[in-house]
Design a protein around this ligand. Structure first.
Ligand code: DAH
Length: 354
């Protein structure tokens, strides 16, 4: 606030000029000093206000000046008013700009730093690693085999009859010349049995290929995990106990069931289901109203498979299974479309792995 510029009721022209100059000087200073729009408005009312503004006094006194002094005083009054109005407008623009420009605001030291992205494991990798961990505890070791296979390892040694429909060009990707891309991880059973003598307990993760086009539930390349247990005196009880133990560890205490099935390389064969985790067995869209979700195929290894791999089927027996960790990841994380797993979108990986 400025001290009021006292103007006598009947000033001389000199007095009027002097006071008017003082007033406009003060007003210009006050406007420039205003830190924000509210302060500027208060200063405007003080100097240029219609009712009680300081300049208003000078307008009133103008009429009381001697007649010959009025023209000059009037010019000076108008000049002072224009100067104040210009100063006000200038500051108004400056303040508007200040408000927009964040660089003039002080830094907010409480603002959290940007988190750095350090990468994350793919959901299918997370599932594979968890499954491997559970089977390691049960005495299994990890084995791998080639993705480019021969027909014999992929089909023949696994007791597929010649010309089985799975060998059709519509299902299997054949390589030029000899060989094919393995359609499952089961050929690694043969390779393991050829290389190691029982007792054998192996878990075989790996990528497999089929002649499928991408759609919400199919992909031409996907992961499988094969399991194989061969020793003397192994029975279906071992299969059931081990796989039930695994399911309880992986899915929690959800009920499981075995359904009779068929695979050329196992006899008998069974598919294993776990109760649907979404509806708890009531039936919903995820489990197609059955209350169950299939998690793997399994069975007692067919004697013909043992013999093809050079293992004495009179002495040894065993069981095997195969499952799709991609399918399991999809139901575990509620992923609506399998293709998301192939997008390499790091924002998706970040959501799941943290
Ligand atoms: N190889 C089968 C497939 O790709 C899965 C499978 C089923 C593997 C039963 C097994 C088994 O070892 O015993 O569909």
């Amino acid at each position: 606030m400025t001290t009021s510029v006292m103007l006598p009721d009947n000033p001389t022209l000199d007095e009027y000029k002097k006071r008017l100059a003082e007033l406009s000087e003060r007003g210009v200073t006050e406007f420039a000093r205003a830190a924000n729009a509210d302060e500027l408005e208060a200063a405007r009312i003080e100097f240029l206000g219609d009712q009680r503004g300081k300049l208003r006094e000078f307008q009133i006194v103008l009429g009381k000046l001697p007649k010959e002094a009025r023209p000059e005083a009037g010019r000076l009054f108008n000049a002072a008013k224009a100067r104040l109005t210009d100063a006000l407008e200038l500051r108004r623009q400056e303040i508007a700009k200040l408000g927009d420009d964040s660089t003039t605001r002080p830094a907010d030291l409480t603002m959290p730093a940007r988190r750095s992205w350090r990468g994350a494991k793919h959901p299918v990798t997370l599932v594979i690693e968890e499954i491997e961990g559970i089977f390691r505890e049960l005495g299994f070791t990890i084995a791998i085999g080639p993705e480019a296979e021969t027909e014999w390892y992929n089909f023949g040694a696994l007791n597929f009859p010649p010309n089985h429909p799975a060998m059709d060009l519509h299902d299997t990707l054949y390589l030029s010349g000899e060989g094919l891309l393995r359609t499952h991880t089961s050929p690694v059973q043969i390779r393991t049995l050829q290389r190691y003598a029982p007792p054998i307990r192996v878990l075989i993760p790996g990528r497999v290929y089929r002649r499928d086009f991408f759609d919400p539930s199919h992909a031409p390349a996907f992961e499988q995990i094969e399991g194989l247990c061969i020793d003397e005196g192994i029975s279906f009880v071992d299969l059931k106990a081990t796989l039930t133990r695994f399911a309880n560890r992986f899915f929690g205490q959800r009920p499981t069931r075995f359904r009779p099935s068929f695979f050329p390389f196992t006899e008998p064969s069974a598919e294993m289901d776990v109760q649907c985790g979404v509806c708890g067995g009531q039936g919903c869209g995820v489990c197609k109203q059955t209350g169950w979700v299939e998690i793997l195929g399994s069975g007692m290894v067919h004697p013909a498979v043992l013999e093809a791999a050079g293992v004495d089927s009179e002495r040894y027996s065993g069981w095997a299974f195969g499952m799709g960790p991609g399918r399991i990841a999809i139901s575990r994380y509620g992923i609506p479309d399998i293709r998301i797993l192939y997008d390499s979108d790091v924002r998706f990986l970040e959501q799941i792995s943290e």
